[in-house]
Design a protein around this ligand. Structure first.
Ligand code: ADP
Ligand code: MG
Length: 148
């Protein structure tokens, strides 16, 4: 487990960029690579994800998938062909996912999937999910980010 303290949104974006530039696939052939982001409202999950998606070469405007729940961006990466941003904020639990093809998305090894409020849909996520936890720090612009 790695623990980071960031003291500005820019530092959180830089951390996301570092990870995106050298992505690791925990299970090479079994399905998508998933980063599950957890933390209170305003803790920095969206800030992190937008930088991550941008760093994977997505040029177009990255709007949040609040109503769509799931957004896909095609990417030119050595390992991945698509990056998905899932926002489970409006979801109570896995049952609310009916009609959303998340299971198919999670089957495809060339997908990397970043999930906000990932704890709400934990049951459908692979056990190899990389958990990224966000916490408020002591100062206003301080955040503690742990990655396991
Ligand atoms: P979430 O998606 O977790 O609700 P957002 O990324 O949308 O959070 O919002 C984080 C807010 O906190 C933004 O307004 C951002 O400018 C601010 N912020 C202050 N310090 C930091 C930091 N160190 N890392 C990330 N965001 C920060
Ligand atoms: Mg958010």
């Amino acid at each position: 487990m790695k623990r980071y303290i960031t003291k500005s949104p820019a530092k959180t974006r830089a951390l996301a960029r570092n990870i995106a530039e050298n992505p690791k696939r925990p299970r090479p052939t079994q399905g998508a690579t998933v980063l599950g982001l957890i933390g209170d409202l305003g803790a920095g999950k969206t800030t992190f994800i937008k930088s991550f998606i941008r760093s994977m070469g997505v040029k177009k405007r990255i709007t949040s998938p609040t109503f769509l729940i799931l957004r896909r961006f095609a990417i030119n990466n050595k390992i991945f062909k698509n990056i998905f941003h899932v926002d489970a904020y409006r979801i109570k639990d896995e049952k609310d996912l009916r009609g959303i093809n998340i299971r198919d998305v999670l089957k495809e090894p060339s997908n990397i999937v970043l999930v906000e409020w990932a704890d709400r849909i934990k049951k459908v996520l692979p056990k190899e999910t990389i958990w990224v936890k966000f916490k408020y720090g002591k100062e206003r612009d301080e955040r503690e980010i742990t990655i396991d």
